[in-house]
Ligand binder design. Structure first.
Ligand SMILES: *Cc1c(COP(=O)(O)O)cnc(C)c1O
Length: 345
């Protein structure tokens, strides 16, 4: 892909080419309030039904291969898009994949689980609720340790692939988006996206900081970043996103001091007002946003992530007016629509 704005900055970081890039940037309808909506189609990253995790997995799997791993282990909610994308990455790269999942083994897999099964992944059901992330992470560590004991060489990936390496995928995505906007002569005021495990947000923040440091855009020319929080952790602990962004900048060649100075206090903005009761519990506003997207652009959003994310964008629409441009990053999630309870009826 292009991302020429970074001038080969990340060329030395191992990367498995898994995504089809650049993803399209589509012109959408007018928002309530008069701003123009644009949709960055990261649901169309290609691999195994797409979504934002594919960009992260390019760097995570690059690292896994460099370390000689033969097995990927990761963890997620019962309908984890990240687990499904990891399963697809494993089939492309010829690696075994073990998925540590919330809930119990269903009679028949649905949605993302159906795809993960098709991609050949092995499931480990924990019985944990989908929002008990701590419990799930402990189970991932135990299963990874068990694989090591059995002589495997696993590469283990935390929730959502939200490590500094994974975040690099979204630093590049930010540059890709800025280039597309320049080509179109569009100067977005804001880029809005769904934030859950924080890696997408951290990567975008890091990418923005890199462009700012290169003096490639005056600050006012670079769009604001607004994350819509759909999990308690990322809403409560925005410092986590900042730390992830700083470490991602170090991987991009910045010294620790440079990296720390490049992320400024106002850089991280998470609106936690659209979560509802908890991660994975649908909201009325999210379901309305799903219908709005379907009927305004034929976009398919899901109830855990992008529906709530767009509800946050629509709920903030008064921030922008006629003549403004706002980008929504469609981070994927379609397979969950086909699992029971996945569609607002
Ligand atoms: C994982 C995911 C997100 C959130 O990305 P994070 O990097 O975990 O914050 C948003 N949308 C969809 C569809 C996802 O699967």
């Amino acid at each position: 892909m292009r991302a020429q704005l970074f001038d080969g900055l990340l060329d030395d970081v191992p990367r498995a080419p898994l995504a089809t890039l650049p993803t399209p940037l589509e012109r959408g309808p007018e928002l309530p309030g008069g701003a123009r909506l644009w949709v960055k189609r990261d649901d169309l990253t290609g691999l195994g039904a797409g979504g934002n995790k594919v960009r992260k997995l390019e760097f995570l799997c690059g690292d896994a291969l460099r370390r000689g791993a033969r097995t990927l282990v990761t963890v997620g909610a019962a309908q984890s898009n990240h687990c499904r994308a990891t399963a697809a990455a494993g089939s492309v790269l010829g690696l075994d994949v073990h998925l540590v999942l919330a809930g119990d083994r269903p009679e028949r897999p649905e949605g993302n689980q159906l795809l993960s099964d098709l991609f050949g992944a092995q499931f480990h059901f924990t019985g944990a609720p989908s929002h008990h992330w701590g419990e799930l992470e402990i189970a991932r560590e135990e299963i990874t340790a068990g694989l090591v004991d059995a002589g495997a060489v696993p590469y283990t990936i935390p929730m959502g692939g939200s490590t500094p390496l994974g975040a690099l995928g979204y630093a590049l995505a930010f540059a890709e988006l800025v280039e597309q906007c320049e080509d179109l002569g569009v100067h977005p005021d804001a880029v809005v996206f769904t934030s859950s495990s924080g890696g997408t947000h951290a990567g975008l923040v890091a990418g923005r900081a890199l462009l700012r440091a290169q003096g490639r855009g005056q600050p006012a020319e670079l769009p604001d970043l607004l994350g819509i929080g759909v999990a308690r952790g990322v809403i409560a602990d925005q410092q986590f996103v900042a730390e992830l962004a700083v470490t991602a900048l170090e991987l991009a060649g910045c010294t620790p001091d440079q990296a720390a100075a490049m992320i400024r206090p106002g850089d991280i903005d998470v609106d936690g007002g659209w979560l509802g009761d908890d991660y994975g519990t649908p909201t009325r506003a999210g379901d309305e946003a799903i219908r709005w997207a379907a009927r305004h652009g034929g976009w398919v959003l899901d109830r855990t992530y992008t529906g709530k994310g767009l509800s946050g964008l629509l709920g903030n629409a008064a921030r922008w007016g006629a003549g403004d441009d706002v980008v929504f990053v469609h981070t994927g999630g379609m397979p969950a629509v086909f699992a029971s309870g996945g569609f607002p009826s």
